[in-house]
Design a protein around this ligand. Structure first.
Ligand SMILES: C[S@@+](CC[C@H](N)C(=O)[O-])C[C@H]1O[C@@H](n2cnc3c(N)ncnc32)[C@H](O)[C@@H]1O
Length: 259
């Protein structure tokens, strides 16, 4: 019996040690609309993915009880002045530019598209990068595991428009996801959403105006038709502007104390 108890204890210790948290590669990926892979990666991008992703990717606790939530400030080797989440960063130009201009802040970048993540990691490989953590899957999985009232800013830049009516439920901005964003934003925290698709702008506006935790910061048309001061355009945005499309900049502040 003692032998069995001993073996069970060893097994328990191994399980406890190995399975307390997981990376995006260690479990069944979440259902996600949109692509995860594209052209096969060149050697340099594959190498940087192998080398940097395990170091920078967030480990998500297996259980999601109160005590298992991640305080984003604790993800960095210093206490960041502000904590910022970017959802669906594409090739990561925007988060990389923020990292360069805001070395005292901590950034979390989420992008399920492997080629986008590899491009971002290659960009920041030889730069200061101890103030970024990443997640190569559904950003809402990270949001679900963060402590409440813990982020200063959330960016959702040019999310997939899903133009067909029957696909609107796939849009990342929804009441359910706004509930999640409201939970993790600090009171006064900022949610920034952009798009150059009119129908999606109207959708995101309607969703956020109708949400009790958020207040639109715009006071006049120019506030949402022109970029806010210090704005860093993404490549997608620059292409749209070059093609004559108009970008909407929808900024909402979390007003309620907690949600
Ligand atoms: C149209 S692209 C825009 C990329 C970038 N934000 C820009 O403005 O250039 C939308 C991105 O959102 C990503 N995405 C879609 N669903 C997501 C989710 N649930 N979590 C995180 N990223 C997501 C896609 O992989 C894609 O790279």
């Amino acid at each position: 019996m003692a032998g069995l108890a001993g073996r069970l204890r060893i097994w328990w210790t191994i399980c406890g040690g190995l399975l307390v948290s997981y990376s995006s590669e260690q479990r069944q990926p979440r259902r996600l609309y949109g692509r995860r892979t594209g052209r096969s990666l060149n050697k340099a991008r594959q190498a940087v993915l192998n080398e940097l992703l395990p170091r920078l990717e967030i480990e998500i606790p297996l259980s999601s009880g109160e005590g298992d939530l991640i305080n984003p400030s604790a993800l960095f080797p210093f206490v960041p002045h502000k904590t910022v989440l970017e959802i669906g960063f594409g090739n990561g130009e925007h988060v990389a530019a923020m990292m360069r201009t805001r070395p005292d802040d901590g950034f979390i970048g989420c992008e399920p598209f492997v080629n986008g993540m590899a491009a971002f990691l290659k960009t920041i490989k030889d730069e200061k990068n101890d103030h970024v953590r990443v997640w190569m899957d559904d950003a809402m999985e990270v949001v679900d595991h963060l402590t409440g009232d813990s982020l200063d800013e959330i960016y959702v830049l040019n999310p997939d428009p899903w133009p067909k009516t029957r696909h609107h439920k796939r849009r990342i901005i929804s009441q359910a996801n706004l509930d999640k964003c409201a939970r993790v934003l600090k009171p006064g925290g900022l949610l920034t959403m952009t798009t150059d698709v009119d129908d999606l702008a109207e959708w995101m506006l309607t969703q956020a105006i109708g949400h009790p935790a958020f207040q639109w910061t715009a006071e006049k048309a120019a506030d949402w038709q022109t970029p806010p001061p210090g704005w860093i355009p993404t490549r997608y945005e620059q292409k749209g502007i070059a093609a004559g499309r108009k970008q909407s900049y929808l900024l909402f502040r979390k007003t309620s104390e907690s949600f």
